[in-house]
Design a protein. Sequence first.
Length: 137
Amino acid sequence: MVILGSPHFSVAEFRQLAPLVAGRRAHPRVKFLITSGRLMKELAEEAGVLAPIVEFGAQITLDTCILASPMLPTEIETLMTNSAKYAYYAPSLLNTRASRSAASPTACAPRSRAASYATSRYGRPRDCGPPDRRRRG
């Protein structure tokens, strides 16, 4: 699962992500979630950068996070995130592995590792180096 936000995804982040996923679809085995605030979503929609992200297959969740709301599917074992908060708390609170740096939209040019992960056949990055291999404790 790729999850972005927390603190909530900003308009600047929506603007950065939109061209990376435009015209593409997330792989069916990879869930892609963005947590944001209602105002940020409205501003992204007005700026025209929300549509390509939603068409890509991202679910937009407003005014909460996966740590506070039971929205993480039980089959999820690994999270890729741009959030230090998720990466720190997910292993203990959600019983998942988490990789933070790999999901930064600027981690791998010209396209993000998160986008690569979300569109790859096996749910792993195809062109930005090896996936995170940490083991759960």
